[in-house]
Design a protein around this ligand. Structure first.
Ligand code: PMP
Length: 298
C-alpha cells in the first residue's frame, strides 16, 4: 500500500506560509468538507516549470468566483506560491494541487462570513506511460451518471462537488475491470471521462464534444492547437454515443493523463493509431520548458 497522502514528508503552503506536510490540517467542522465549497486545480511541472501555470491560476479564481467567493490573494501571489512550493519541495517532475475552501465561522448552508482558505501541495509525479497501454489503450465503461445541466450546477468550475459522480462512475468502472468511465451529459451526448476530455478521429478529422456543460480542459486546448499545427482539422460539436461505432481512434486529454489512447468504450473499439501517437509525442514536447504559447484560445 502506498504511503497515505497525509503521511508524506515536506511542506505545504497553507494560508500564506509553509507548514510541515503532516501539520497541514483543517478542522472537521469546515464548510468545505460538509457542503463541498471547495475548488481546486491539478497541474504538472516538467523540468522544474509548471506547465500553463497562469492558466491554472486563472481557472482557480474563476472556479472560486463560480462558487461565490474570492481567493484572498492576487493571481500573481498564487502563481508565485505554487512555484515557491515546487522549489521548496526540491522537485522538477511533479503534480501541483492548489485547493481553496470555506472555513468554519458558519456551519450551515449559508456561509456568508466564512474565511476562505488556500493550500498548495506538490508531490513527485514523473511523467510515465505504461508501454502496454501505448499499444492497447484504455478500456472505458459508459457511466450511468450524466454531466449535469448548467442550470443544475456550476459546471465549468473545478469544484469538489462535481467530482461526486466522477468517483461513483470510476468505482463502478473499476469494479467491471475498466480503467475509467465515459460520461454522457444530461442530454445524452458524449461529454468527457471522469477526469479528462475526449477526442475521436474519423477520416483524418478530430472530433471533440463542445464543452458547454463540462470542464474545457487546458490540455484539451493545448492539444487542439497541436493538432491544428499539424494541419489536422478539429471539430468541436455535439457527439452522439452511437457515432462511436464509426470512429477510428480515440484518446483522452488532461493534466494527469496527458494524452492517453483509448482502445475501447463500452461496445465500441478503436485502434491506437498514428495521429494519437503523434499527438502524444507533440504534447510531451510542448510541456517541456521553455513553454511556447501554443494553447488554443477558444
Ligand atoms: N474534465 C475533468 C472532469 C477533469 O477533472 C479534468 C482534469 N482537470 C479535465 C477534464 C481536463 O482538464 P485539464 O486538461 O485542464 O487538466
Amino acid at each position: 500500500m502506498a504511503l497515505p497522502f497525509d503521511q508524506h514528508d515536506g511542506e505545504i503552503w497553507y494560508d500564506g506560509a509553509f507548514v510541515p506536510w503532516k501539520d497541514a490540517k483543517l478542522h472537521v467542522l469546515s464548510h468545505g468538507l460538509h457542503y463541498a465549497s471547495a475548488v481546486f486545480e491539478g497541474e504538472r511541472a516538467y523540468g522544474g516549470e509548471i506547465f500553463e501555470c497562469e492558466a491554472h491560476t486563472n481557472r482557480l479564481f474563476a472556479s472560486a468566483a463560480a462558487m461565490g467567493y474570492a481567493i484572498p490573494y492576487s493571481k500573481d501571489a498564487v502563481s508565485a506560491a505554487k512555484r515557491a512550493t515546487l522549489s521548496r519541495m526540491g522537485l522538477t517532475e511533479a503534480y501541483v494541487r492548489p485547493v481553496a475552501w470555506r472555513g468554519s465561522e458558519m456551519m450551515g448552508v449559508s456561509a456568508q462570513t466564512n474565511t476562505i482558505h488556500l493550500a498548495i501541495a506538490v508531490w513527485a509525479w514523473p511523467s510515465y506511460f505504461d508501454p502496454a497501454l501505448r499499444e492497447r489503450g484504455l478500456t472505458l465503461d459508459i457511466s450511468e451518471w450524466r454531466r449535469p445541466d448548467p442550470r443544475t450546477a456550476p459546471c465549468h468550475a473545478k469544484a469538489a462537488g462535481l467530482y461526486m459522480i466522477c468517483t461513483l462512475s470510476k468505482h463502478t468502472a473499476e469494479a467491471k475491470g475498466c480503467h475509467d468511465a465515459l460520461m454522457l451529459d444530461y442530454r445524452g451526448h458524449v461529454a468527457e471521462a471522469t477526469g479528462a476530455n475526449v477526442f475521436f478521429l474519423k477520416d483524418g478529422v478530430l472530433h471533440t464534444p463542445t464543452p458547454d456543460c463540462f470542464l474545457d480542459g487546458i490540455t484539451r486546448r493545448t492539444v487542439i492547437g497541436l493538432a491544428r499545427a499539424r494541419g489536422v482539422e478539429v471539430v468541436q460539436r455535439t457527439i452522439l454515443p452511437e457515432e462511436m461505432e464509426g470512429f477510428e481512434e480515440c484518446f483522452l486529454t488532461g493534466t494527469a493523463v496527458e494524452v492517453t489512447p483509448v482502445g475501447q468504450i463500452g461496445p465500441y473499439t478503436f485502434r491506437v493509431g498514428d495521429l494519437t501517437k503523434a499527438l502524444m509525442g507533440d504534447y510531451q514536447a510542448a510541456v517541456q520548458p521553455p513553454h511556447a504559447a501554443l494553447r488554443e484560445v477558444a
